[in-house]
Ligand binder design. Structure first.
Ligand code: ZN
Length: 471
C-alpha cells in the first residue's frame, strides 16, 4: 500500500526550506530519484538516512516518523533560527553546484571568510527569507530590490537573496563548471565572450565587492530594506508572517506609507526586516507586459546600451536622468559598465565628486581608478598590502571605515597614516582624496542601480514607444 502521509510531510519540509529534490538528496547522500520515491510514497528512507534527514531539515526523528510537529511551545524558543546549519549546508551545496567540486580555492576561501564572520549571527536566516520573497515575487511576475550592501555577501548571492555576484570578474561554464578569473578586468559585465575548453559558451559575472564592506552590517544591528510594488507588498506581508510563524515577531506597520518593519525577539543579530511599497515597480511590470519581455531575459551588457549612456540619452532612466548625472556623464565619457558603476557611486557620495574625483579626472586619473565607493578604498589599500606580502586586511578595513565615516574629512589624515600610506606606495592623490570624503556609497548598491538602469536602457532602445508611454 502506498503511504502518502510521510511523503507529503517530507515534501512540505523540503519546500519550506527551498531545497530541490536533488539538493536534499545531496545533503543526505542519496539521489534525487530516491527523494522523489519517498515523496510519492513508493518507499521510505532507511533509519541511518532518517537521522541525516532530521538534521538537515531541523526536525526530530520522532516528528519525522509521526509526520507531525511536536507542540509549538517547544518550537517557539528557536523557530526558524534553528535552521541555520541547514542554510549553511544549502549555501555550500549551491556553491559546488555552480563552481564544481572541488571549487577553486579563491571561491572556497571567500565562503569560509563569510562563514567565520557570520556564524555567530542570524543574518543567514534573513538571506533565506529574502530568497523566499524573491522566488515568490518571480512566480507572480513581480520584482523586489534589496537596498544597501547585501550584494557584498557571496552567501547572499548563492542563496538567491541578491542578484549581485561579489566575486572578482570571471567567466564560468554552466555546463562543466570551469571558472576563469580575469585579473585585469574591472567588472564582469565588461568581459568579452569566451568559449570554455569544453566547447560551451561561458558566462561572465563578478563585480569585485569585498565582504569587508558588509562586515559592519553583519556585526551590528542592521535592517534589510526591501522595495516592491504596492500590489506585491500585500502578498509579501503574508510570506514574511508565514516564514516567522513559529517566532515571536513584532510588526510595526504604517499602512498610509505602505511600510512595515518586522523584528524577531529570538534573533540574536537584532535585525529588522522592512518591506516598502514603491509605485515605480508597477511601471516595470507594465513595461514587461507591453513588450512581452521579462527583465530576466534582457541581456543589457551590450555596446549599444553603453553608447546611449555615453551620449547622455538618459531621460527616464532612474539615477542617470538627473542634470547632475548628465553633466557627470558629459565630463567623464563612460566607456564601460565599470565606468557607469563608478558614476553611480560618485553621484551618491558626499565630498566624492566635486572638489575631489572631478578634479582628479581632469588631471588625468582615469574614471575607473578614482574613489567612487567604500569598496574602492579597501581594495586599493589591500592590493598594496598584498604586494608587500601582508595578508592582514585589518589595516585596509580601518582606512575604509575612517574614510566612509568622514573622519579624515573632519580631523584630517594624520601624519602617521600619511607616512604608512607612503610606505605602501599609495599614490598622493589617493591620500588627498580620502581626506575630502564625507560619505561613501556601498558598491553593491551602486551595481544594483546600474543593473536596473541598463536594463531599462535596453527597453528604451528596443521598444522606444512602449518605454516613452510607460516610463
Ligand atoms: Zn565547460
Amino acid at each position: 500500500m502506498r503511504d502518502y502521509s510521510f511523503g507529503n510531510f517530507l515534501h512540505e519540509l523540503r519546500s519550506r526550506r527551498g531545497l530541490t529534490q536533488y539538493q536534499l538528496g545531496a545533503l543526505v547522500g542519496v539521489s534525487d530519484k530516491a527523494v522523489s520515491k519517498w515523496e510519492n510514497g513508493f518507499s521510505k528512507p532507511q533509519r541511518n538516512i532518517l537521522y541525516k534527514l532530521s538534521e538537515v531539515l531541523g526536525i526530530s526523528v520522532d516528528e519525522l516518523l509521526t509526520c507531525k510537529y511536536r507542540s509549538t511551545e517547544q518550537k517557539d524558543a528557536k523557530g526558524v533560527f534553528a535552521m541555520k546549519k541547514q542554510l549553511w549546508n544549502k549555501a555550500f551545496t549551491a556553491m559546488r553546484e555552480r563552481y564544481g567540486d572541488p571549487v577553486p580555492v579563491e571561491i572556497e576561501n571567500r565562503m569560509l571568510t563569510e562563514q567565520t564572520e557570520m556564524q555567530d549571527t542570524d543574518v543567514i536566516v534573513y538571506f533565506d527569507l529574502l530568497s523566499v520573497l524573491a522566488t515568490e515575487a518571480q512566480k507572480q511576475g513581480e520584482h523586489i530590490r534589496v537596498r544597501g550592501g547585501t550584494g557584498a555577501s557571496f552567501v547572499a548571492y548563492l542563496l538567491g537573496a541578491t542578484e549581485i555576484d561579489p566575486l572578482p570578474p570571471h567567466h564560468y561554464c554552466p555546463d562543466c563548471h570551469t571558472v576563469i578569473f580575469d585579473r585585469n578586468a574591472n567588472d564582469g559585465w565588461d568581459l568579452p565572450q569566451r568559449k570554455c575548453p569544453c566547447g560551451k559558451e561561458m558566462k561572465a559575472d563578478g563585480h569585485h565587492i569585498p565582504f569587508e564592506t558588509y562586515r559592519h552590517v553583519v556585526q551590528r544591528n542592521t535592517s534589510f530594506d526591501i522595495a516592491m510594488s504596492p500590489h506585491f507588498w500585500q502578498m509579501a506581508k503574508t510570506v514574511v508572517t508565514e516564514y516567522f510563524k513559529h517566532c515571536d515577531v513584532t510588526a510595526s506597520e504604517r499602512e498610509k506609507d505602505r511600510v512595515i518593519t518586522y523584528t524577531v525577539a529570538s534573533d540574536r543579530s537584532g535585525c529588522a526586516f522592512t518591506l516598502l511599497a514603491d509605485a515605480e515597480f508597477e511601471k516595470y511590470r507594465a513595461l514587461e507586459r507591453a513588450t512581452a519581455t521579462a527583465f530576466e531575459r534582457v541581456s543589457f551588457s551590450q555596446p549599444e546600451v553603453l553608447d546611449e549612456f555615453r551620449c547622455g540619452n538618459t531621460d527616464g532612466i532612474p539615477e542617470f536622468g538627473t542634470n547632475f548625472c548628465k553633466d557627470m556623464i558629459r565630463e567623464t565619457s563612460p566607456r564601460s559598465f565599470h565606468d557607469l558603476i563608478q558614476i553611480a557611486g560618485l553621484s551618491h557620495g558626499t565630498g566624492v565628486w566635486g572638489d575631489n574625483a572631478r578634479d582628479l579626472i581632469g588631471q588625468g586619473v582615469p574614471l575607473g581608478s578614482v574613489i567612487a565607493y567604500r569598496d574602492d578604498v579597501f581594495l586599493h589599500v589591500e592590493t598594496r598590502l598584498l604586494t608587500r606580502g601582508i595578508a592582514n586586511t585589518g589595516y585596509a578595513y580601518r582606512i575604509m571605515e575612517d574614510t566612509r565615516r568622514g573622519i579624515y574629512a573632519r580631523d584630517g589624515v594624520s601624519d602617521e597614516t600619511k607616512k604608512q600610506l607612503k610606505e605602501l606606495e599609495v599614490e598622493d592623490w589617493f591620500a588627498d582624496s580620502i581626506g575630502r570624503i564625507r560619505y561613501l556609497f556601498p558598491k553593491a548598491h551602486g551595481v544594483t542601480y546600474v543593473k536596473l538602469a541598463a536594463t531599462l536602457m535596453w527597453y528604451k532602445i528596443h521598444y522606444p514607444e512602449e518605454f516613452h508611454e510607460i516610463m
